[in-house]
Design a protein around this ligand. Structure first.
Ligand code: HEM
Length: 303
């Protein structure tokens, strides 16, 4: 099923215009794409952005940019990347009470509800919690001004990205692939190259450097370790503060004896991917989409 956006043709020409100073990416593209800048429409924009980044293109029409999706296998500069096992409980890589456990995050419909512009079939699952947290977190990063009003709750998950991702041992290629999918998703809705590059650079700066010193993201929160790239091949942060992080251990493959807690947590093998309906182009070469130029500030500065 394709989610159609009647105003998208008008949007493509609008988006080519310069985003005014002082208007956030979220507010600008909500108006451009969905006409009225309301909390509900901001939530819809972030749902489109995140769902497309996760499962690949499912909207029509788009501006002709293919998004393979975070769940599809890909390559970053000749390095193969496969993030799916982290999301289907294939690895003992989730942090629950500072213990590594395996969690299936596609436990409530997998890709199908995402193609219907939803987070999950229901509202009480690991899938629902993760997807809604991503809508909310990225909405904060992109400056959604109406978040907190009816229809678009403020982010209620952890603000310590280092801890959330601490048992994943994510490499430079894995983090780059993820960020690239977010950028491609935005570009597929007509977000300008300038804005896509700004977001990609900000994400990379904030989360892509091992041992990055604790930072407040968003600015209103206490300082926490935020590095998501934690494997040995990750670029070292300026002012690195490795003591803020535990030593990284690469996640084990989940087995039936792996720890599993909570009703939505289960141990699963790596077969049976969720991609049957997404039409994502698996194995497409990515990389080089985003400028990896170091920027001094993070989101406050560019967004
Ligand atoms: C810029 C990069 C990234 C950002 C901003 C980001 C952000 C987030 C956020 C906000 C959450 C929800 C935390 C919560 O519910 O408290 C999350 C969870 C998660 N992320 Fe990321 N992420 C990034 C990269 C990655 C990458 C590269 C992977 C690769 C597998 C990944 C896998 C996951 C998984 C599996 C979860 C669920 C964790 C859990 O509930 O235990 N993320 N991420």
């Amino acid at each position: 099923m394709l989610y159609s956006i009647p105003t998208i043709a008008a949007f493509a020409s609008l988006a080519a215009a310069q985003r005014p100073n002082g208007t956030s990416i979220c507010d600008y593209y909500t108006t451009a794409l969905l006409k009225n800048n309301t909390a509900v429409n901001q939530m819809t924009l972030l749902t489109l952005l995140v769902n497309t980044a996760v499962i690949g293109n499912y909207t029509k029409p788009n501006v002709g940019i293919t998004v393979p999706g975070i769940l599809a296998k890909g390559k970053v500069n000749e390095t193969e990347v496969d993030l799916l096992p982290y999301f289907i409980g294939g690895l003992v890589s989730s942090n629950r009470g500072n213990k590594a456990v395996s969690v299936n995050f596609l436990d409530d419909g997998g890709a199908v509800p995402l193609t219907l512009n939803k987070a999950a079939n229901g509202t009480n699952s690991a899938q629902y919690r993760l997807l809604t947290h991503l809508y909310e977190y990225f909405g904060g990063l992109l400056g959604c001004s109406l978040q907190g009003q009816d229809g678009y709750p403020k982010y209620a998950g952890s603000n310590n990205m280092g801890s959330v991702h601490k048992f994943m041992g994510l490499s430079h290629a894995e983090v780059t692939y993820f960020i690239t999918q977010v950028g491609l998703s935005a570009a597929s809705f007509g977000v300008t190259t300038e804005d896509v590059t700004a977001v990609g650079t900000a994400l990379n700066e904030a989360f892509g450097y091992i041992c990055s010193p604790p930072a407040s993201i968003p600015a209103s929160e206490p300082k926490e370790p935020q590095a998501i790239c934690q494997a040995d091949d990750c670029p070292l942060a300026a002012n690195a503060q490795c003591s803020a992080y535990d030593k990284v251990v690469e996640p084990a493959t989940a087995t039936s004896s792996a720890v599993a807690t909570g009703s939505a947590t289960k141990v699963a093998g790596q077969s049976g991917g969720p991609m049957a309906t997404s039409g994502a182009e698996v194995g497409k070469e990515v990389g080089g989409v985003m400028g990896v130029v170091a920027a001094a500030g993070v989101f406050a500065m560019v967004l």
